[in-house]
Design a protein. Structure first.
Length: 320
């Protein structure tokens, strides 16, 4: 195969990687991407002043209203390069259709990079140390949502109030870990809010109406830990956050709960060989880092399920 054809295939595979999606990955909704021309970047951490509503009225011949930028602090950092390669033996290539095998390799390495990003974002968002005291809650005992007497709607309303009291905006995004979702969709108090609720499970659309949150996503992604066990990336938690709807016009200056900063056009697929030329490597490279930049715009509810739940006691309390 000629060099020109190899370049064309690599360009095609790069486009495949950039368009790759996996519905199990939800971090992008909490950490939307902004693009940088450079690897060295300025990161802005926002506090509540960044979400101020300003006086805009002006009397005749009066001075203009001027914003005094004070709602953020800035620090400089350098984005991290991430890469992952997939080996293809020349004998495998001879037995398979070349482009199909390379597409498979591209999907594997792209999935690997995106799974790593999902884990990085989840670790930041689920760490209680990243939140102010007023923006987190650890449920315990019968306040956990697997108890019938618990009040998920009240807890979420309190969380929304905590965020809006800091930034004058209600959270518009919620990430629910799979274990927490299994409990929420069966909760009797939430099911009571649905007409003809018998034997029904809550859907996401119902939950959006009940919690009055526009965007709700279930974190289902799984990784294999160092002990070779499958582990859920999104734990038994619920995360609420304000994420502005800015689309392609989004920049690092716009206040938000979090961002992923990615170098523009950094995601690429190429191939290389090592000594002997019998194994070819399909490599994905990307340059990015996730940042939690506005903790006051988020709220973490931890411990949704009580590990010491007693179904007998719960049933007894329900009948008394």
């Amino acid at each position: 195969m000629g060099r020109l054809e190899e370049l064309r295939i690599n360009a095609y595979l790069s486009e495949v990687a950039r368009g790759y999606g996996n519905n199990a990955f939800v971090a992008e909704n909490l950490f939307p991407t902004i693009y940088s021309e450079k690897e060295k970047i300025d990161i802005f951490e926002f506090n509540k002043e960044a979400f101020n509503i300003y006086d805009t009225e002006r009397a005749i011949r009066a001075n203009s209203n001027v914003i005094s930028p004070q709602g953020f602090k800035k620090y400089t950092t350098t984005l991290t390069e991430h890469d992952l390669s997939y080996p293809i033996d020349y004998r495998e290539e001879q037995e398979a259709e070349k482009v199909k095998l390379q597409l498979h390799a591209t999907n594997v390495v792209t999935e690997g990079l995106k799974l790593k990003l999902e884990k990085q974002c989840a670790d930041l968002a689920q760490d209680p140390n990243n939140y102010p005291t007023e923006n987190k809650l650890i449920l315990s005992g019968s306040s956990c949502f697997n108890w019938k007497s618990s009040d998920p709607q009240g807890v979420v309303d309190d969380a929304k109030d905590a965020v809006s009291s800091k930034i004058a905006q209600d959270p518009n995004t919620m990430i629910i870990g799979q274990d927490a979702w299994r409990t929420l969709k069966r909760h009797p108090k939430l099911k009571e809010l649905i007409s003809n609720n018998q034997n029904k499970l809550l859907t996401l659309n119902f939950l959006k109406e009940i919690f009055e949150i526009e965007n709700i996503f279930i974190g289902k992604s799984i990784f294999v830990d160092k002990d070779n066990k499958f582990v859920r990336i999104w734990k038994d938690n619920i995360i609420l956050a304000y994420v502005p709807k800015l689309g392609s016009s989004r920049t690092e200056y716009d206040p938000s709960f979090a961002y992923t900063v990615r170098k523009k056009d950094a995601l690429n697929i190429d191939e290389y060989q090592k000594e002997g030329n019998k194994v070819k490597y399909i490599r994905a490279t990307d340059i990015y880092d996730p940042f939690l930049v506005g903790a006051e715009a988020g709220y973490l509810i931890s411990g949704v399920n009580d590990p010491n739940y007693d179904a007998t006691k719960d049933k007894t309390e329900e009948t008394t």
